[in-house]
Design a protein. Structure first.
Lengths: 137, 137
């Protein structure tokens, strides 16, 4: 087993790929009156929408620089890095912004069980109308 | 040009499939202090995330009942049915809510050019770091 660089938390973990966004791009995002922007997280391999959370400018910057997803918790008023406690880490493969620059989309490689704290792979595991499908796509 | 029934805007349009959600399910959604909930729209066939908008309880109810996506415009303070003007309609195939019941995900059949007012298929057509890819998945 060879020594892993600091950016690879454990042997066999996915590689970390920072995204070279410009400062102008990051500042051009239309943050809301609380300085936040919605962030959708989608799994690269399956296309499944895994979760939704909020970022501020610094969380976005951390996400692009570290290649891991960072969010701002509105309830706890603190930053959190997805999977830092659970091990269910997300490695960013692409980062998009929408036409109005007020919503973000991250395509990730999901490590571990999945994105949801319940143990489900996606947070969107329940359907209106009692559909028993485990999730979209 | 023959007269089309109200639920089938044009010959050859996708079928409309209302979703039989219960009133309890719709009322159980955790709307924010403005009565709104984020709604992600994903294309059924490709898994591509098409757009993001906001719904209130009535927009959600209309969406499930009509099988077309309805949103609440925060800027115009009015309901809008996706594609009603442009013809780029969305036909709901499944509707999910997340673990906290405060975010919705609609899997749709997208009619016309796509979801974005720019003419792009997805609103998320630009990537941080200048990636030239047309969009995820």
């Amino acid at each position: 087993m060879s020594a892993a660089p600091p950016t690879a938390p454990s042997p066999g973990s996915p590689s970390v790929t920072p995204i070279a966004a410009t400062d102008a791009e990051i500042r051009a995002v239309a943050y809301d009156e609380d300085g936040l922007v919605p962030a959708i997280v989608q799994e690269a391999e399956t296309g499944q929408v895994l979760m939704f959370a909020w970022m501020n400018e610094d969380a976005l910057r951390r996400t692009l620089e570290t290649g891991r997803t960072w969010f701002w918790s509105r309830s706890r008023q603190e930053y959190w890095c997805k999977g830092e406690t659970s091990g269910d880490r997300q490695y960013v493969r692409a980062a998009y912004y929408d036409c109005d620059m007020d919503v973000l989309l991250f395509v990730v490689e999901q490590e571990g069980r999945g994105a949801c704290h319940t143990g489900e792979r996606s947070c969107f595991f329940r359907a209106f109308g009692g559909d028993a499908e485990p999730g979209p796509v």
